[in-house]
Ligand binder design. Structure first.
Ligand SMILES: Cc1cc2nc3c(=O)[nH]c(=O)nc-3n(C[C@H](O)[C@H](O)[C@H](O)COP(=O)(O)OP(=O)(O)OC[C@H]3O[C@@H](n4cnc5c(N)ncnc54)[C@H](O)[C@@H]3O)c2cc1C
Length: 415
């Protein structure tokens, strides 16, 4: 059966969803208030981490947060005026750090991420876009044994769900990345992960494929939405649109729209930053490398070397503060001595985050015409293709690879 479907939000999740749906011959309109890939999908580190399963709220997170907030160059900040707003979210987040919840969240994250790479291949294979995905693996490096030892619980989760990884010696790190300073004693390597050489080109390329496949793109800012028994109506400054079904993929901005539809979901944003450094740096690394001690990533892109970092709780409206990521430039130089740290551009984006580190994927609690697909936190590039394909299963009323119970919209109603 073919439906008239509107997908709201043309980030990586919306683009992957729209492409999956148009392949199944639905009449699909992808809308965005801005141009495609204007949100978080533009500026990330581009890692597709297969089998990723470590939720952000791990045992001991409360102490980690308090310690980080007191450090001068901390990767975590909370804007003081935003503290009262984020407090309920943080309390839920801390509750998710209990051992039983951590294991449950890890298993449910893995149930999606184990399909990450195969889903990307299935969505864009045999198109020019597949050349944007490189088989580089995902590498984290540790200067101090003590920091590496602190990842024991994360490695136990990986072992539990069966995600493969290798522990590398100093010499093995140098073999993979000869330009890194020889200061790293231990490495952690997920060999079967991919990296995206240009996230923006991947997303806009998917939108182009979607249009070539018969889809329609429209600039439209959704301000209100109403689901009735015979269809769904969207309103915005550009007028009115209607459809049989809608898919909400507006990333960190999905909360208000879901609320209008009767679902109050604890979605907030972990703001993150990047700095682009000169194009001349792009051959220095073969893959994204995480500096584990200082929580930043150096990711080689076809436009230059990108440094990504920071989790900032400051909501959707506060201005960016680039100083914190700029303060990491000396650390980037220490890590990669040949790097030219001259800044080409700076960016801030909104990770869409829910306290249990799981997205919402599934029907709204009030209407089978509404499908949610948002809240992919630190893993939206990883999980977009599997999400898009899963939404297509849902609309076709087919059994999907992944059972969706854990990602339901009302899972926080009792907490
Ligand atoms: C610094 C940083 C590094 C990251 N690194 C990685 C990584 O290496 N690997 C990984 O897997 N993930 C990574 N992520 C996370 C990833 O980028 C996000 O999870 C992902 O981009 C979210 O995609 P999305 O499509 O849900 O949201 P977005 O890309 O934000 O797209 C949402 C879209 O909805 C539109 N929209 C919003 N409101 C409306 C409205 N009312 N009407 C119409 N349109 C609307 C917006 O304009 C936007 O285009 C990183 C994130 C950051 C910030």
């Amino acid at each position: 059966m073919s439906y008239k479907v509107i997908v709201i939000g043309a980030g990586v999740v919306g683009a992957a969803t729209a492409l999956s749906l148009v392949k199944e011959r639905h009449q699909v309109t992808l809308i965005d208030r801005d141009s495609p890939c204007a949100g978080a999908s533009f500026g990330n580190a581009g890692a597709i981490v297969n089998g990723s399963c470590v939720p952000t709220a791990m045992p001991g997170i409360l102490f980690d947060v308090m310690r980080m907030l007191s450090q001068p160059h901390s990767p975590l900040t909370i804007k003081p005026s935003y503290f009262p707003r984020i407090l309920p979210w943080l309390l839920r987040f801390v509750l998710q750090s209990r051992q039983g919840k951590v294991v449950e969240n890890s298993v449910n994250l893995h149930a999606l991420s184990v399909h990450a790479v195969e889903s990307w291949h299935s969505l864009i294979n045999n198109t020019d876009l597949s050349s944007l995905l490189r088989e580089t693996g995902w590498l984290k490096v540790y200067e101090h044994q003590q920091t590496f030892a602190g990842t024991q619980k994360s490695r136990e989760l990986l072992d539990l769900v069966g995600t493969p990884y290798e522990i590398l010696s100093a010499a093995e790190i140098q073999d993979l990345e000869p330009n890194l300073a020889p200061i790293y004693q231990q490495g952690f390597y997920q060999k079967d992960s991919l990296s995206i050489t240009n996230p923006e080109r991947l997303v806009t390329g998917m939108v182009d494929l979607f249009i070539a496949g018969g889809g329609h793109y429209q600039q439209f800012d959704v301000t209100s939405v109403e689901a009735k028994s015979d269809g769904v109506t969207l309103e915005g400054p550009q007028g009115q649109l209607s459809a049989d079904k809608i898919v909400l993929t507006a990333g960190a901005f999905s909360g208000n729209i879901a609320k209008q539809l009767g679902d109050s979901i604890p979605l907030d944003t972990e703001r993150g930053y990047h700095l682009m450094m000169s194009e001349s740096n792009k051959e220095l690394l073969n893959r994204p490398v995480v500096n584990a001690e200082q929580s930043f990533v150096l990711s080689p892109m076809d436009t230059g070397l990108r440094m990504t970092s920071q989790v900032e709780f400051a909501g959707l409206k506060a201005k960016p503060n680039y100083d914190r990521i700029r303060a990491l430039l000396p650390s980037a130089k220490r890590m990669l001595p040949a790097v030219d740290t001259e800044e080409q551009s700076a960016w801030m984006g909104f990770r869409p985050s829910i306290p249990d580190s799981l997205p919402v994927i599934g029907h709204s609690t009030t209407s089978q015409r509404i499908i949610y697909a948002f809240g992919h936190q630190h893993l939206g590039m990883t999980l977009a293709a599997v999400t898009g394909l899963t939404v297509a299963d849902l609309i076709a009323n087919r059994k999907s690879k992944v059972s969706l119970t854990a990602y339901r919209a009302n899972r926080f109603n009792t907490l």
